[in-house]
Each structure stands twice: as structure tokens, then as C-alpha cells.
Write a protein that binds this ligand. Structure first.
Ligand code: SF4
Length: 468
């Protein structure tokens, strides 16, 4: 048994793929969790008044991302993984001049719409996504104040509190792709097995299996729901839902299941569900949530045997040993997401869309390459190819909504991920630019990028595309 050690700052697979609600992991799920944490910290206090400021990027695009609604829901103790999304959306505006809300602690407080304020011009040094929360207990003149940062993928950090570090007995800690490849060589196993052993040490084998299965079911359910989606996405931009009509036309034309159009339909389906604020799994964020499910579902659909008879319904398609394919795919993909989150960022507000869609494409490329039989070196190559060709990708959502360019971008990135894996599989794994170098380049590029292209809607498509 190995001694307890920090897992080198790596996130757990079950955290990277967390079940939540749309439309944004950093602007919806993270703020919701911050509000839950703040409300719980007030346990036992006779709170009479609350004030929440959404700072930086949360202030810039918070309304479009449903951040104020998420904060109110979090204060009430609603969990993003289990709540009914319908209970979250639209609540903030209905508070008006004051409405009673029951905090997670059971205390009832009157909250006004104006008590949750958007402050886009205030940027704290800790992270572009910040929430300042204040509570007044009883007649206190001075409030209790806490600051939280939503650092990407739904994770939060409280200012002044060291981020929780995973300190578990893991047999194979690693902090870079190079170290991961060395471990694979030493242990004579693939990347998924290294990750599985580490995660098993933390969660136990059964909980890990159950956790992965739950996440895949949630991803697949989201995809299936999206393929039945018609009409228009919410929040005023008037973006039409395309996945339902696209799937209908592919079926009507008898387009084969291995066609890239199906892959695109799957990714669009997931991201339209996300944009609608429905149940979605971070992969590694909400904005990039369609790429991994699309590639994995496409692979299972094409390689698997159909059950349930009849025609393809985008759901009842099961490969031989589907569970094994899902396990290898998700664990391999997660290792790339862990390294991106640790050594660069997976937050669009931090380093632009290269951190979200770029990360997801690299993760999907790795997972797909692994289930096609790629060696660890070839898998690393696949992830590197996918990431390298998302370098410099900006985050510029029109109207601050996770719709344009996000939804279609996932469809294109899913294709890039599969192409990267197939290209890598034609090689030996030997290549000039390592994944670690690509990740470091993403970090530096993101650092140099103007804040206008980091989820502020102050540049790019967000200002060149007219809307009203
Ligand atoms: S442009 Fe990319 S990073 Fe920005 S909100 Fe859309 S998916 Fe997320």
C-alpha cells in the first residue's frame, strides 16, 4: 500500500465529468456551488440580509449564462447535479422588490432582484470569475463577507482558503504527460489503467464503476433528448434548435450512421440541451460538453450491435462490452483533462475557448484513439494534434450566451478530435511537439490573450454579429 500523497493537483475523473445543469459550468454550476457553500457557512446565524456581487466575467455575461438564477438556487441549497433545472431558471427576475427565500440552512431571508448585482468592471486578481457575497446577521452593521472564484468546469475556490488538495493513497501520481507515459512503460499498461488504479484508490472500484456509468448515462440521455429538440433556444437570441431537424433529415435521406453528419448532430444535440439549461455533464466544461459524448456515442453506434430492433434511434445502440469501451474512453480522456486543468486551464474566462473546446477535443481524441487500440504514445500524439490546432481559439459568445459560436464549434471540434486520433494511429507515436509543450503553449497564449476574448463578450463575434 502506498503512502498518502497529494495527487499532484489533479482533479478526480468524477469531478471533471460532473453532472449538472446548463448553460455554463463556470457561470452557472460554479456560482451555484459557491452560493451553496456560502449559505452553509451561515448556519446558526440569524441572517436578515444578503448581497451578492458578480464580478468580472460573471458580471459581463452572467445574465446570458443564468448566473443570478444559479446564485439564488444555490442559496436555497439546490444542488446542480440533482435539482430540477426548471426550479432554477427565471427565479432571480421574479424576486422583484423582495421575496422570501429559504436558505440551505433553513433560515428565511427576503431577497430582492437588486441584491444580486452584476459588476463587469470589477476584476479581482484571483480569477476573472469572482463572486463577492455578504450577509448581515441580525442588526450587525458589518457584514460577513466571502469571495469565491469559479475556476472552470464547475470547480470553486474560496479566497483565503487553500484549494482542497486530493490527498489519497494513489499508486501512480503524475504531473505531466511525460510522467504519465513513463508510468505506462514502467507498469506495462495503458493510460486508462493508470488512471483507473489512482481513481480506485480514492473512490473504490465499485463507486468508480458506478460513477462512470452514471455519467455516461447522463451524457447519452442528454444527447438523445437533444436529438428530439425543435423550436428555439431560450434567452432572447432566437437561435433555432437544429439537432432534431438535422437528425430527421439524416434518417429521411438514409444517411449511414458512420457519416460525419451524425457526429455533428450528436454534438449539436448535447450543446443545445446545455444552452436550454437542461441536465448536462461537464466534459470538461458545459460549453464544450458535446464533443466527448458525440465522439463516444458515434463510436459505439458504428462499432456496436443494435439492440431493441428497428431503426437507429440514437439511443438503443450497444457495442459488445460497451461498459469497457466507455470506461477506457472516459478514463483516458480524463487524464488529458486533468493535465490541462493542472498545467494550463479549462476556463474560457481564463484562457479563451482553447481551454474549453481545445481541452475537450484533445480529451476526445485521446479517448477515441485509446478505444481504437492506440498505444499510450499514440494516444498522447492524438491529444497533442487536437490541442495544437485549437491554439489561440477565442471565447466570444454572442450576447453572452453559450449558443453562437459554441454549439456549432463543438460539432466541428468533434470531427477534429476523430481526425486527430486517426492521423495519430497511422504513426508510431513519435512526434516533434509533445503534449506537455502544447499545453504550456496554450497557457502562455491564454495569458497573452486580451481579456476581450475571454468570455467577456467585448470582442470577436460578440461585437461583430448584430443582435437586438
Ligand atoms: S466560446 Fe468556447 S469558451 Fe466561450 S462560452 Fe462558448 S464554448 Fe465556452
Amino acid at each position: 500500500m502506498s503512502a498518502p500523497v497529494a495527487v499532484a493537483g489533479l482533479r478526480s475523473v468524477l469531478d471533471l465529468f460532473s453532472i449538472g445543469i446548463g448553460p455554463s459550468s463556470s457561470h452557472t454550476v460554479g456560482p451555484m456551488r459557491a452560493a451553496i457553500a456560502f449559505a452553509r457557512s451561515l448556519r446558526g446565524l440569524p441572517v436578515t440580509r444578503l448581497e451578492i456581487e458578480l464580478l468580472g466575467s460573471l458580471g459581463s455575461t452572467g445574465v446570458g449564462h443564468g448566473t443570478p438564477d444559479a446564485v439564488v438556487a444555490g442559496l436555497r441549497g439546490l444542488d446542480p447535479g440533482t435539482c430540477d433545472p426548471a426550479e432554477v431558471h427565471g427565479v432571480w427576475a421574479t424576486l422583484g422588490d423582495g421575496s422570501p427565500i429559504t436558505l440551505a440552512t433553513g433560515t428565511v431571508v427576503w431577497l430582492r432582484t437588486t441584491d444580486v448585482r452584476l459588476c463587469p468592471g470589477v476584476r479581482l486578481p484571483g480569477h476573472p470569475n469572482a463572486l463577492r457575497m455578504r450577509a448581515w446577521p441580525g442588526d450587525a452593521q458589518e457584514p460577513i463577507e466571502r469571495i469565491y472564484y469559479s475556476v472552470g468546469g464547475g470547480a470553486i475556490v474560496e479566497e483565503g482558503v487553500a484549494p482542497a488538495v486530493r490527498t489519497v493513497s494513489v499508486p501512480h501520481p503524475y504531473a505531466s504527460a511525460a510522467e504519465l507515459l513513463e508510468l505506462c512503460a514502467d507498469q506495462r499498461c495503458d493510460i486508462a489503467e493508470i488512471v483507473r488504479r489512482n481513481e480506485t484508490a480514492e473512490h473504490g472500484a465499485k463507486a468508480l464503476e458506478r460513477g462512470l456509468a452514471e455519467r455516461w448515462i447522463a451524457m447519452r440521455d442528454c444527447l438523445i433528448a437533444g436529438l428530439a429538440g425543435h423550436g428555439t433556444l431560450p434567452r432572447g437570441l432566437g437561435t433555432p434548435r437544429r439537432a432534431g431537424a438535422l437528425a430527421d433529415s439524416l434518417r429521411a435521406d438514409g444517411v449511414a450512421l458512420d457519416a460525419p453528419e451524425w457526429l455533428q448532430a450528436y454534438a449539436i444535440a448535447v450543446n443545445e440541451e446545455n444552452a436550454a439549461g437542461h441536465r448536462v455533464v461537464t466534459a470538461p466544461t458545459n460549453g464544450a460538453a458535446g464533443i466527448i459524448p458525440a465522439v463516444l456515442h458515434h463510436h459505439l453506434t458504428v462499432s456496436g450491435e443494435r439492440v431493441g430492433g428497428g431503426q437507429h434511434s440514437a439511443g438503443r445502440t450497444v457495442a459488445r462490452d460497451t461498459a469497457g469501451i466507455v470506461r477506457v474512453f472516459l478514463l483516458t480522456a480524463a487524464s488529458i483533462g486533468q493535465l490541462m486543468a493542472r498545467n494550463a486551464s479549462i476556463s474560457g474566462a481564463d484562457i479563451g475557448c482553447q481551454g474549453e473546446v481545445g481541452s475537450a477535443a484533445a480529451m476526445a481524441a485521446a479517448g477515441y484513439c485509446a478505444v481504437l487500440g492506440g498505444s499510450p504514445a499514440v494516444v498522447e500524439n492524438a491529444a497533442e494534434i487536437a490541442l495544437e490546432h485549437h491554439l489561440g481559439l477565442t471565447c466570444d459568445p454572442v450576447a453572452g450566451l453559450v449558443q453562437i459560436p459554441c454549439i456549432e464549434r463543438n460539432a466541428i471540434a468533434a470531427g477534429t478530435a476523430m481526425a486527430a486520433a486517426r492521423l495519430a494511429l497511422r504513426g508510431t507515436g513519435s512526434h516533434r511537439v509533445s503534449l506537455d509543450v502544447a499545453i504550456e503553449t496554450v497557457r502562455q497564449t491564454g495569458h497573452d490573450m486580451s481579456h476581450r476574448y475571454k468570455e467577456t463578450s467585448d470582442g470577436g463575434l460578440a461585437v461583430t454579429v448584430p443582435y437586438c
